[in-house]
Design a protein around this ligand. Structure first.
Ligand code: 5AD
Length: 336
C-alpha cells in the first residue's frame, strides 16, 4: 500500500503536502483505506438523521446558494411551530433517533421562539441538531440550554479570499467565532466545505481538511458545488464528485471516529453517489422528512430527495444498507 496511506491509517495525521498528493492521485486505494478505518472506528451501523427544512427565508446572499435572499424567483415559506412538530412526530414514529432542523438565516425564528421549539422537540426521545446559521454566543448558549445537542455550520472554504468573495457582507472571522463558540458550549459541532467553488485550489482543500482536524470537528459534511440557475455562479462548472469523495475519505483517515454523512449533493451528481460515499468513509445518511413546502428548499438544482415521509422508510433503508453489508444504527449516534 501507498506509504502516505499507511501513515494516515497508523497515525491519523498527514502533512499538507501528503494530503495534496492524495488529492491528486487515483482514489481507489484511498477509498478502501477510508472504508476500513470507518469499519474499525465506528462500525457498520449507519445513523439516520431526519432533516426538516423549516424555512427557506434567508437574509444572506451566499453566491452559490439557491435560497440566497437576493433570489426573487423562488417562493418563500416558513413552517409554523405546529407543522414543525408534526414533522418531528412523524419522524420519531418512523424511528428516527435524530432530528435536524435546518433553515435559511431567518430572523423570525428569534432566540425565544427557537428555544420554545427546541424544548418541545426534546420532549420526544431524540437527539436534536440545529443548522440555522450564524448567531450570537448568547443565542447558541440559550439553544444549548434548551436542549440542542448538535450544530452544523460549514466553514464552506478556509481560503479567506475565496470565502469573502463567495459571501458578500459576511466575515470569515465571524464564521470561525461561531464554530469556536459552538465547540466551547459543548455542542457536537459539524462543519465542512464545498468542493469545486470557482477559484478554489487543491491546496486550499488540503487546508480545509487540516482545519477539520485542528477544530476536532465531530461531524464533517462535504459535497460538490452545483451551480444554481438563479445565482451569480449559474454558468460555472459543477464540482467534481471524485474530488469530493477524496476529501471525505481523507477526513475519515484523519478523524476516524467522527460522523460523516453521505451528502445529498453527492447523490445529485452520481445516481449511486450516496452508496459510494457510504463505502468510502461515510456512516450517516440524512433523509428529508419535511412535509410539503420543502420542494422550494432548492439550494441547488435537482436536489435529490428520498421521500422519507412514509412509515416504512426504516425497513426500506435497512434493506438497501443490507445489500452493502451495513444496517440502520439503533442508537442516537453521538460521537463515541
Ligand atoms: N451546491 C452545493 N451545495 C450547496 N450548498 C449551498 N448551496 C450549494 C450549491 N449550489 C451547501 C452549503 C451549505 C449547505 C446547507 O448546502 O455548503 O452549508
Amino acid at each position: 500500500m501507498n506509504e502516505i496511506l499507511k501513515k494516515a491509517i497508523n497515525t491519523h495525521t498527514l502533512s499538507k503536502d501528503e494530503i495534496i498528493n492524495l488529492l491528486e492521485s487515483d482514489g481507489s486505494e484511498l477509498y478502501k483505506a477510508a472504508d476500513s478505518v470507518r469499519k474499525i472506528a465506528v462500525g457498520d451501523g449507519v445513523h439516520l438523521r431526519g432533516l426538516i427544512e423549516f424555512s427557506n427565508i434567508c437574509s444572506k446572499t451566499c453566491k452559490y446558494c439557491g435560497i440566497r435572499g437576493a433570489n426573487l424567483s423562488i417562493s418563500r415559506y416558513r413552517l409554523s411551530v405546529e407543522d414543525i412538530l408534526k414533522d418531528v412526530k412523524q419522524g420519531v414514529e418512523s424511528g428516527f433517533k435524530t432530528i435536524v432542523l435546518q433553515s435559511g438565516e431567518d430572523a423570525y425564528f428569534s432566540k425565544e421562539l427557537m428555544c420554545e421549539i427546541i424544548t418541545e422537540i426534546k420532549k420526544f426521545d431524540v437527539a436534536l441538531t440545529l443548522s440555522i446559521g450564524e448567531r450570537s454566543y448568547d443565542d447558541y448558549k440559550a439553544f444549548r440550554e434548551a436542549g440542542a445537542d448538535r450544530y452544523l455550520l460549514r466553514i464552506e472554504t478556509t481560503d479567506k479570499g475565496l470565502y469573502n468573495n463567495m459571501h458578500p457582507n459576511m466575515s470569515f472571522e465571524n464564521r470561525i467565532r461561531c464554530l469556536n463558540d459552538l465547540k466551547s458550549l459543548g455542542y457536537e459541532t459539524g462543519t465542512g466545505c464545498l468542493i469545486g467553488l470557482p477559484g478554489q485550489s487543491i491546496k486550499s482543500l488540503a487546508e480545509d481538511i487540516l482545519f477539520f482536524k485542528e477544530l476536532n470537528a465531530d461531524m464533517i459534511g462535504v459535497g460538490p458545488f452545483l451551480p444554481h440557475p438563479n445565482t451569480p455562479l449559474k454558468d460555472e462548472p459543477c464540482g467534481s464528485f471524485d474530488l469530493a469523495l477524496k476529501v471525505m475519505a481523507i477526513t475519515r483517515l484523519l478523524l476516524p471516529d467522527i460522523n460523516i454523512p453521505a451528502t445529498t449533493a453527492m447523490e445529485t451528481l452520481n445516481p449511486n453517489g450516496r452508496v459510494i460515499a457510504l463505502q468510502s468513509g461515510a456512516n450517516v445518511f440524512m433523509p428529508n422528512i419535511t412535509g410539503e413546502s420543502s420542494k422550494n428548499y432548492e439550494i441547488y438544482p435537482n436536489k435529490s430527495g428520498i421521500n422519507a415521509s412514509n412509515s416504512d422508510i426504516m425497513v426500506k433503508l435497512d434493506e438497501m444498507l443490507n445489500l452493502i453489508g451495513r444496517h440502520v444504527a439503533k442508537d442516537k449516534g453521538f460521537r463515541k
